[in-house]
Design a protein around this ligand. Structure first.
Ligand SMILES: *[C@@H]1O[C@H](CO)[C@@H](O)[C@H](O)[C@H]1NC(C)=O
Ligand SMILES: *[C@@H]1O[C@H](CO)[C@@H](O)[C@H](O)[C@H]1NC(C)=O
Ligand SMILES: *[C@@H]1O[C@H](CO)[C@@H](O)[C@H](O)[C@H]1NC(C)=O
Ligand SMILES: *[C@@H]1O[C@H](CO)[C@@H](O)[C@H](O)[C@H]1NC(C)=O
Ligand SMILES: *[C@@H]1O[C@H](CO)[C@@H](O)[C@H](O)[C@H]1NC(C)=O
Ligand SMILES: *[C@@H]1O[C@H](CO)[C@@H](O)[C@H](O)[C@H]1NC(C)=O
Ligand SMILES: *[C@@H]1O[C@H](CO)[C@@H](O)[C@H](O)[C@H]1NC(C)=O
Ligand SMILES: *[C@@H]1O[C@H](CO)[C@@H](O)[C@H](O)[C@H]1NC(C)=O
Ligand SMILES: *[C@@H]1O[C@H](CO)[C@@H](O)[C@H](O)[C@H]1NC(C)=O
Length: 341
């Protein structure tokens, strides 16, 4: 009976361990130094409300002091949400650069292209810096690449109420693949486009969208297989950016959330972080420890950690695993016949 219970516990522990191995940790950074979007709390809540169905654990901060080598190394991706202005100091930027060099992933949403404007590596990692936007209004978004996980669920012509961003440069010039663009005749923009040329955007013609779509060239979302913010000697993770997401209502729209989560999960599958690669150098440390501890049942118990992971509490996983074991002991005690099956 006791042997059977231990076997059951071991089995359950292994199940817990394998689920831990795919829990990706993502840090949402929403610090602002200039304009502040009042939809930031709505966005964070929307992301966190769906985290478990995507095997993601979000933590959020606006504290630039969290940008140290040790702390960033715990995360499978950094998600920049609506940041404006100078939101990191020099040591934070250095830690961020190092994180990217070690295979860390980046996700940028909406105004994330409007921060750290003098920081070249950041501009490369997000893909392009924000230029300006016309007034918030209804517009039609064209899906340029429907094969990407962030766009596969969208209608070919997606009607949104949002800000149609213009950018300083063409993200395709640094290797990004554009997945969404704006139908310019579906909304009013009386501003002067800077930097993207005429017809804009200009860029390496071999990377441009088909000629038939050249009049739909306000680029709204893109991805980079290898984020261009990495230094030459680094091992690059992925980068995903979407310029949509201005309103609270947007963050309550399931279709928009599917777009965002498609981008996040695609980014994490770079396989350059610990949630998906046991020999990676950054990412969820809980996932990595499960690699070396599968032979002993006691090692699955939560232990006080002396590793850097103790700096940021990670209670939900440990509590989950303890609860799992308590429930399994109760089940084993109350329904011993289960063990004889
Ligand atoms: C958006 O939601 C936040 C609360 O999450 C609220 O403070 C803010 O006023 C809302 N904005 C608008 C325009 O309703
Ligand atoms: C960025 O560069 C511009 C032009 O060189 C300068 O005017 C501005 O003060 C710089 N901003 C920061 C935050 O360093
Ligand atoms: C704009 O779109 C929203 C929904 O996205 C809709 O409720 C609203 O009626 C539209 N406004 C106009 C002027 O078409
Ligand atoms: C672009 O928008 C205009 C005006 O709403 C519409 O007539 C046209 O069909 C749209 N084209 C595409 C390709 O979505
Ligand atoms: C354009 O891009 C292609 C493929 O990315 C590259 O081989 C070529 O050298 C680029 N041309 C210019 C002029 O940058
Ligand atoms: C990578 O290159 C940067 C400069 O581009 C340099 O500062 C850094 O020391 C290099 N790192 C390694 C591990 O060589
Ligand atoms: C990451 O690993 C998954 C599962 O093995 C695989 O399907 C995917 O293609 C990999 N992605 C990359 C970029 O190698
Ligand atoms: C994971 O475990 C395998 C087999 O025990 C081992 O070869 C590998 O080095 C381990 N990887 C890490 C990152 O500990
Ligand atoms: C896993 O991480 C190691 C160490 O950073 C790296 O060499 C390897 O290429 C990664 N695997 C994938 C599929 O990216």
């Amino acid at each position: 009976m006791l042997d059977n219970a231990i076997t059951l516990l071991l089995l359950l522990s292994t199940l817990v361990a394998s689920s831990l191995a795919t829990t990706a940790r993502v840090l949402i950074y929403s610090a602002t130094a200039d304009f502040r979007h009042d939809s930031i709390p709505t966005a964070i809540q929307a992301l966190q409300s769906k985290q478990s169905s995507f095997g993601i654990q979000f933590e959020n901060t606006e504290d630039k002091a969290q940008f140290t080598d040790q702390i960033l190394a715990q995360y499978d991706a950094l998600l920049f949400l609506d940041n404006t202005g100078e939101v990191l100091d020099d040591s934070g930027k250095a830690a961020f650069q190092k994180y990217l060099n070690l295979g860390g992933n980046y996700i940028g949403i909406h105004a994330a292209s409007d921060c750290l404007r003098n920081t070249t590596f950041y501009g490369n990692e997000v893909g392009a810096f924000f230029d300006y936007h016309p007034a918030l209004q209804n517009a039609t978004v064209d899906v340029i690449d429907a094969s990407h996980p962030s766009t596969s669920m969208l209608p070919a012509q997606w009607h949104v109420q949002d800000e149609m961003y213009n950018f300083k440069t063409d993200p395709r010039a640094i290797g990004a693949t554009v997945i969404l663009s704006a139908n310019e005749s579906s909304y009013v923009d009386t501003g002067t486009h800077l930097g993207q040329g005429t017809p804009h955007p200009t860029g390496n013609s071999s990377n441009l969208v088909p000629a038939a779509q050249l009049n739909e060239n306000i680029l709204l979302a893109w991805f980079q297989e290898h984020g261009a913010g990495v230094e030459d000697n680094g091992s690059s993770g992925r980068s995903f950016y979407t310029s949509l997401g201005h309103l609270n209502e947007t963050w309550q729209d399931e279709l928009f959330l599917a777009h965002v989560f498609g981008g996040i999960t695609w980014t994490l599958q770079s396989n350059t972080t610990l949630a998906f690669n046991a020999s990676a150098q950054v990412g969820n440390p809980v996932a990595s420890t499960s690699n070396s501890t599968s032979s002993s049942s006691t090692s699955m118990l939560p232990t006080p950690s002396s590793s850097p992971s103790a700096m940021i509490s990670c209670p939900s996983i440990d509590k989950f695993s303890v609860k799992f074991m308590i429930v399994s002991v109760i089940v084993a005690a109350c329904f011993p016949w289960l063990l004889r099956l």
